[in-house]
Design a protein around this ligand. Structure first.
Ligand code: OSB
Ligand code: MG
Length: 370
């Protein structure tokens, strides 16, 4: 395919409920969408899931916009005939900035699948249509409030609950949650809030039959995770530390993780996600798909990825109604029997709803082949 233009759209989407983690709180999600259009007029959509500030990652929605507009888009628009698989050859000079790259790369995959008339999940080798839907619950003002929210999410049908933890909001909270809900599938995510000095607290996690503990230690430290992983019975899952296949291999060699959370944004899109998937399925590291409060567009890509055969744990891919009053896609993502279903329509399989988009749109910029 040959691209005619690339657009970046900036949206502000208020979350139904503020989302608080060990690194901060978000009430209004700054969503950045990428729209690519080829010469024949077909379009593809991607999402840049960077945060507002450099807290989860060094990238922010503003650094990502800069990198897309100044480097990635000009490289792509002058590359002539390109397939989604060629993206990393075309932008090979650009180091890092995976979240920015992923937004563009995923739009190319959506477009390419549409041109072939195929649902994206089939195009990438998905093995199932229904993906298990878990929900990630932020830090709350009180434990009672948290217990009430867990109850509501279980009623809605989510198959697994993930709780954000940080020093002071951990063992006490888990004791209360397990008292009320002894048997639910439960895991925790620290977003790098602990160090090995907290080992006595971390070892107490073994009391709660958790599916896993996600990113307990520093976001760059595989060695300390390897030390912890040998001492803890609860499986260690890495999120922030895995920025690509190299990190997954290093984590495996060191014994730093039993499980990896694949976020296409963090690793740079489909090509790196597929590489990590194939490696982990070969060496026996567990996998699932994480989220970063994406709109319905980004969610479509998460669903497609989660259909891969080795994605076996429940994913952080919740229904549209968990995040937004009104999502920007038609149809919105809905939970059925604890799962979201990959659509059979071409590409990500949902349409961007222009009317809903206008409600949230702050800025739309176009970069053309010139
Ligand atoms: O660490 O998994 C995380 C959201 C933003 C940034 C980091 C994380 C998260 C979540 C939310 O846990 C998952 C979702 O999109 O529902
Ligand atoms: Mg995480």
């Amino acid at each position: 395919m040959e691209l005619r233009k690339l657009e970046v759209l900036q949206l502000e989407m208020p979350l139904l409920e503020a989302f608080e983690t060990s690194f901060g709180s978000v009430k209004v999600r700054k969503v950045v969408l990428v729209r690519v259009e080829e010469r024949g007029g077909e379009e593809g959509w991607g999402e840049i899931a960077a945060g507002e500030g450099p807290w989860y990652s060094y990238e922010t929605y503003e650094t990502a916009l800069l990198v897309v507009k100044k480097y990635l888009a000009p490289m792509l628009l002058t590359a002539g005939e390109v397939g989604a698989r060629d993206f990393y050859k075309v932008v090979a000079r650009v180091r890092g900035h995976n979240i920015a790259k992923s937004g563009v790369e995923m739009a190319l995959w959506d477009l390419e699948a549409k041109l072939r008339g195929m649902p994206l999940y089939k195009y990438i080798g998905g093995a199932k249509r229904r993906v298990l839907s878990g929900v990630s619950i932020g830090i709350k003002k009180t434990v009672d409030r948290l217990l009430a929210i867990i109850g509501r999410r279980l009623e809605e049908g989510y198959v697994r609950i993930k709780l954000k933890i940080k020093p002071g909001w951990d063992i006490n909270v888990l004791e209360a949650v397990r008292k009320e809900y002894p048997d639910i599938a439960l895991q925790v995510d620290a977003n790098a809030a602990y160090s090995l000095r907290d080992i006595s607290t971390l070892l107490k996690l073994d009391r709660f039959s958790l599916l896993m503990v996600e990113q307990p230690l520093h976001y760059e430290d595989l060695v300390d995770h390897a030390v912890l992983s040998r001492k803890l019975r609860t499986p260690v899952c890495l999120d922030e530390s895995i920025r690509g296949l190299h990190d997954a291999k290093a984590a495996y060699t060191l014994g730093a993780a039993e499980i990896i959370n694949v976020k296409p944004g963090r690793v740079g899109g489909y090509a790196p996600s597929l590489a990590i998937h194939d490696f982990c399925s070969k060496v026996g590291i567990g996998l699932w798909v994480g989220g970063m409060l994406e709109s319905g567009v980004g969610r479509g890509h998460l669903v497609a990825l989660a259909t891969l055969p080795h994605m076996t744990y429940p994913n952080d891919i919740s229904a549209s109604s968990r995040y937004w009053e009104r999502d920007i896609v038609e149809p919105p993502w809905e939970l059925r029997d604890g799962c979201l279903e990959a659509p059979q329509r071409p590409g990500i399989g949902v349409e961007v709803d222009e009317e809903a988009l206008r409600k949230y749109l702050k800025k739309r910029e176009e970069i053309t082949a010139g």
